[in-house]
Write a protein that binds this ligand. Structure first.
Ligand code: HEC
Ligand code: HEC
Length: 269
């Protein structure tokens, strides 16, 4: 009897205490650290998801120089959003939307598009300049593209893969293996002002490149992609699988695999 009344006393004192004051250490409403999906600050989203590849300020990263008003004028909101949400096939650009296995919500992707525009677009800086479109509108002719390379790119990137220029060998198979046609087109059109690469207007010293030239040049560079990237003889003919029943053919095939790439399909004497 006495014990129960004591407990009742303690409890009746404690209830108003707990309800009435903010005891130190009492948790606030909502989590102490925001949930990842609640972060809508563009700066935080960019720093944690993009800066590693595109550079802390949209420049000097390994991937596209986003802080480039020419680039921002070439690409529209829908394309920019699609690239962030779904990534880019044939490159190392990952998709960030939850649908593609990424971690960003639709609202966060919208915040990134808005922030990138607000920070790095300077409006239509290409008005009246007859800029070739961001996306190619037709297939290019690689045969014509080789001449465009010689006239517009070789002075900085070298005439052949074996003789790279001061700006690095873009004809290098390991480089070509990790880019797609759009990356090359984007780089030709927008340049890399952060690294000293001119855009399509001044790659040639005498005049701007035309849309056809950009398209042909891109097709030619893509045609230089090695069939077997990372191999010392990346463009050598791919040896046919050795038939199990004919082991005697192995030395001949191995010799063939190490021969330089034939100019045309080899014919049997
Ligand atoms: C793992 C590295 C990596 C991360 C992280 C990354 N990117 Fe990329 N991104 C790339 C690569 C590689 C390309 C292809 C172009 C190139 O090679 O420069 C690319 C391409 C792009 C393009 C298209 C360029 C074009 O040709 O028009 C956009 C836009 C872009 N990224 C935005 C972003 C944004 C915004 C984020 C952050 C949400 C992000 N990227 C995160 C590597 C990355
Ligand atoms: C005036 C010199 C110059 C000319 C002309 C030039 N480039 Fe570049 N290019 C550069 C420099 C500098 C870089 C950056 C090299 C580096 O630091 O990695 C570069 C980088 C590149 C890259 C790699 C970009 C990246 O994101 O890693 C590609 C692709 C490229 N150039 C293509 C071309 C093509 C195609 C042409 C011909 C239309 C061309 N360049 C003409 C100087 C030039």
């Amino acid at each position: 009897m006495r014990i129960t009344s004591r407990i009742a006393m303690v409890v009746s004192f404690a209830i108003p205490l707990l309800a009435g004051c903010n005891l130190p250490g009492k948790p606030k409403d909502g989590p102490e650290v925001p949930r990842p999906e609640d972060i809508l600050s563009y700066k935080t989203l960019y720093a944690t998801n993009c800066a590693g590849c595109h550079g802390a300020n949209g420049q000097l990263g390994a991937a596209t120089n986003l802080a480039n008003p020419v680039y921002q004028a070439l690409i529209d909101d829908a394309t920019l959003r699609d690239l962030i949400a779904n990534g880019e096939d044939g490159t190392l650009m990952p998709g960030f939307s939850e649908k593609t296995g990424g971690t960003l919500t639709d609202a966060q992707i919208d915040a990134l598009v808005k922030g990138i525009r607000a920070e790095w677009s300077k409006g239509n800086v290409l008005a009246g300049q007859n800029a070739p479109p961001y996306k190619a509108t037709h297939a290019g002719d690689p045969a014509k593209g080789a001449g465009v390379y010689a006239a517009a790119c070789a002075r900085c990137h070298g005439e052949t893969a074996a003789k790279p220029g001061h700006a690095g060998a873009i004809l290098d198979g390991s480089f070509l293996a990790i880019v797609n046609a759009q990356t090359i087109r984007t780089t030709i059109l927008a340049g890399r002002p952060d690294l000293g690469m001119p855009d399509w207007r001044s790659a040639r010293k005498d005049r701007a490149l035309t849309d056809d030239e950009v398209t042909d040049l891109t097709a030619w560079l893509i045609s230089q992609k090695p069939a077997l990237p990372g191999q010392p003889y990346g463009n050598a003919a791919v040896p046919a699988p050795v038939p199990a029943a004919a082991p005697a053919a192995t030395p001949a095939l191995a010799a063939h695999a190490h021969a330089p790439a034939p100019a045309s399909a080899p014919t049997k004497p």
